[in-house]
Design a protein around this ligand. Structure first.
Ligand code: CP
Length: 294
């Protein structure tokens, strides 16, 4: 039984095979043979989600799987049941996979260690969001082809972002040079990449920007009183991009005119909705990998 808790759970050749499958699924457009027609998946989201939950459900259904969503706000965890017991009870229904998002950095790994079903991490605290990183990798490769030597700036609340944590592990495996741009409270001290406080310092030396929102729900106390001042330094605008050949990405949800301006969101260089589209095909490939190929 194989789990996906962090992208390091996959060897390079496994990731390349996921990217190949995702490319094929995207090219074919029509639903492939119902590869997962005998499979049962639970989705268990203890934190809000628009993209990841629906993307997993669409991906699973395109492959013919049955998907059952358990709403944690109405589950018996509210009556005091531990998450391990919740998981053991779901496991007793013989699912093939459980897709989980939780604020705790370690819970997905702990549940995977119970080996009741293949566990797929759909977002763990600020630690990991492996399928987002994989779909970002796919989107970069789709645009650039070879990634060796490409320079990508991650801009925003990097310290509190699980997407950034996963990208920091994944993209250098493909030869990407990462540059981090953030005000001090948003900069992870432990990261070993080049660090900058100003976009102007890197804008002429990058191929792509991955913008991130302020993760307000993970701030123990407010970090900035006024996000319009923050935006005046870190919002990606047409003025910043000018006529440069740079693509702009963001995992969503985008805080309009704080992370990325309205104009840039409508610019052909902005790949935000391409990322969402690619997410379905990448998650189809991840489900195939974990539930069929492993
Ligand atoms: N990118 C992402 O995780 O979005 P959601 O929180 O809407 O799932």
């Amino acid at each position: 039984m194989q789990h996906l808790i962090e992208t390091d759970d996959f060897e390079l050749k496994e990731i390349l095979s996921i990217l190949d499958d995702a490319k094929r699924f995207k090219k074919e457009r029509v639903n492939p043979v119902a590869l997962l027609r005998d499979k049962l998946l639970f989705t268990l989201f203890f934190e809000n989600s628009t993209r990841t939950r629906s993307s997993f459900e669409v991906a699973a259904k395109k492959l013919g799987a049955a998907v059952v969503h358990l709403d944690p706000t109405r589950s018996s965890t509210n009556k005091g049941e531990s998450i391990e017991d919740t998981f053991a009870n779901l496991g007793a229904m013989d699912p093939d996979g459980i897709i989980i998002r939780h604020e705790d950095n370690d819970i997905a790994r702990k549940l995977a260690d119970m080996n009741l079903a293949s566990v797929i991490n759909a977002g763990a605290g600020n630690r990991a969001h492996p399928t987002q990183a994989l779909l970002d990798l796919f989107t970069l490769k789709e645009h650039f082809g070879e990634l060796e030597g490409k320079k990508v700036a991650i801009i925003g609340d990097i310290a509190n972002s699980r997407v950034a944590s996963s990208l920091l592990l994944l993209l250098p495996r493909f030869g990407v040079e990462l540059k981090l741009v953030a005000p001090k409270p948003f900069m992870p001290q432990e990261a070993s990449c080049e660090k900058y406080e100003n976009i102007a310092d890197i804008i002429d030396d990058i191929d792509a920007i991955i913008s991130l929102r302020a993760q307000l729900e993970r701030h123990k106390k407010p970090i900035f009183d006024d996000y319009s001042t923050y935006a005046s330094h870190y919002c990606i605008t047409e003025e910043i991009l000018d006529n440069r050949d740079i693509i702009v990405m963001h995992p969503g949800p985008v805080m309009r005119n704080i992370d990325i301006s309205d104009e840039v969101l409508s610019d052909s260089r902005c790949k935000v909705l391409t990322q969402v589209n690619n997410g379905v095909y990448v998650r189809m490939a991840v489900l195939k990998k974990l539930l069929i190929d492993s």
